[in-house]
Design a protein around this ligand. Structure first.
Ligand SMILES: Cc1ncc(COP(=O)(O)O)c(C=O)c1O
Length: 461
């Protein structure tokens, strides 16, 4: 059978505008402009339909850890599709899901050894909340259903995951959401309250203790879980202050609340470890993951828990009443195994740990620009907050932010050949999360593009 002939660039644009619905996108902004069309990738770079090259400074969407165009990983998927393209994990197992679960268990901290697969991060978060709710019903604490999560944190878009998400703007159109989502402070030290603004440790203690105060306010007998990312993505990469996570762990233990480490972005090498919680020395009760587990060569997500959490589900007729047709898809599991082989063969965790200091210091050169207020993050995961006044940390108002981010920066960075994220869900930031194979030459390219575009941006304010 012949493959469908490829559409020429103009026909592709026309068809995209006519038939495709983009996610989280203002379609009106493409009324008189082309939709960016990425047609292939190789290593740390992707190419558009005109052959122009872009440094993929966001790993697609925090996904492409090993980089693009790896035929060894693609071929592992193709081999699996020929052997067994699909079978569900509902009452059956298949070898690739078993092998992957065993491998993930070997990497996981503490007693986390059991994997429940999903197809995405939202489903992983959704599944973790459902697991927690049913777990407490099975163990005689049926009133525990609430979830605590941090302001501005993004945990996904399905109704449950959206209730865990802390971004009002993307929730309001879909209300009423499932009840029980409660917000606590995030770890944005740059915007810390004045009484802890000079002491990062005191700030961390305060932010963690706010979780305890929220649990007490809500009633501990009603709280099921606390969701935290190792480094919070939304808002622009907030690393944890020293001592923060051990204190959160202590609070969760004190009140019998499950601690969920949402590692959809921070897992699989982004912070130089397979799981980000290792970096900050805590063991959660549940890890949710997706994205980098396959480096995007096929979709997969999941959650890891301990036998302790599964135990009530193994008794009598008890069943976790939850499942997803494509969860743990054989092709995705085969691809994930091949992806993890690349991690090991090429020591990608070692690469991140060896070069993260250079990544940070290269980005920190940008501090000489008046628009650069704060550069924060860890590993290969950074946010650069832009400000109107460096001394007072004054941020941009809504109109300025709109003009700066949507009106100028997003296009200008793309035109200059850098894929990154310009985001104002919190204060305006540029986010970087390049493939884990990047080295100094890529950091320099990122810095040079940001320098020239930020310099021009300043003239547009
Ligand atoms: C921390 C976190 N959780 C959950 C999600 C949702 O993942 P997905 O888009 O795969 O549903 C994301 C997506 O970026 C995320 O960053």
């Amino acid at each position: 059978m012949n493959a469908m002939p490829a559409l020429d660039p103009a026909a592709l644009q026309e068809a995209a505008k006519r038939n495709l619905w983009l996610h989280f996108t203002r379609h009106s902004s493409y009324a008189d402009a082309d939709i960016p069309m990425i047609v292939r990738g190789e290593g740390q770079y992707v190419y558009d339909q005109h052959g122009k090259r872009y440094l993929d400074g966001l790993a697609g969407l925090f996904v492409s850890q090993i980089g693009h165009g790896r035929t060894d990983v693609a071929e592992a998927g193709a081999r699996q599709a020929s052997e067994l393209a699909y079978f569900p994990l509902w009452s059956y197992a298949h070898p690739r899901a078993v092998e992957l679960a065993e491998r993930l268990a070997s990497y996981a901290p503490g007693d986390l050894n059991r994997v429940f697969f999903t197809t995405s991060g939202s489903e992983a978060v959704e599944s973790a909340w459902k697991l927690a709710k049913q777990y407490f019903r099975l163990t005689g604490q049926p009133s525990r259903y609430k979830v605590l999560s941090r302001y501005i944190a993004y945990h996904g878009t399905s109704h449950g995951a959206l209730a865990v998400t802390g971004l009002p703007d993307i929730k309001i159109p879909f209300e009423p959401l499932p009840p029980g989502g409660v917000r606590v402070p995030n770890t944005n030290f740059y915007r810390a309250p004045a009484f802890v603004a000079d002491d990062v440790t005191a700030f961390g203690v305060w932010a963690a203790d706010e979780i305890e105060r929220a649990i007490l306010r809500e009633g501990p007998e009603s709280v099921a879980a606390v969701f935290v990312e190792p480094v919070q993505n939304s808002g622009g990469c907030f690393p944890p202050p020293p001592g923060y996570f051990p204190r959160v762990r202590e609070i969760c233990d004190k009140y019998g609340v499950l601690m969920v480490s949402d590692e959809v972005i921070c897992g699989f090498g982004r912070l130089g470890h397979i799981f980000g919680c290792e970096r900050y020395g805590y063991t959660p009760d549940i890890i949710t993951f997706a994205k980098g587990v396959t480096s995007g060569y096929s979709p997969l997500g999941g959650m890891m828990v301990s036998d302790r959490l599964m135990e009530p589900y193994t008794k009598d007729e008890n069943t976790f009443l939850h499942g997803i047709t494509f969860a743990g898809h054989p092709v995705s599991c085969a691809v994930a195994l091949a992806n993890l082989d690349v991690f090991e063969k090429e020591d990608l965790l070692g690469n991140v740990r060896a070069h993260e200091g250079a990544f940070r210091s290269t980005l920190e050169k940008l501090y000489d620009l008046p628009i650069v207020g704060d550069i924060r993050g860890d590993g290969y995961f950074y946010g650069i907050e832009m400000v109107k006044d460096k001394t007072t940390r004054e941020t941009f108002n809504d109109d300025e932010s709109e003009r700066l981010l949507r009106g100028f920066l997003s296009h200008a960075l793309f035109d200059a050949g850098l894929i990154c994220r310009a985001d104002d869900r919190g204060d305006p930031v540029i986010q970087l999360s390049p493939p884990l194979t990047c080295t100094q030459e890529h950091f320099d390219e990122i810095e040079q593009i940001l320098r020239s575009v930020f310099t021009e941006a300043w003239t547009h304010i």
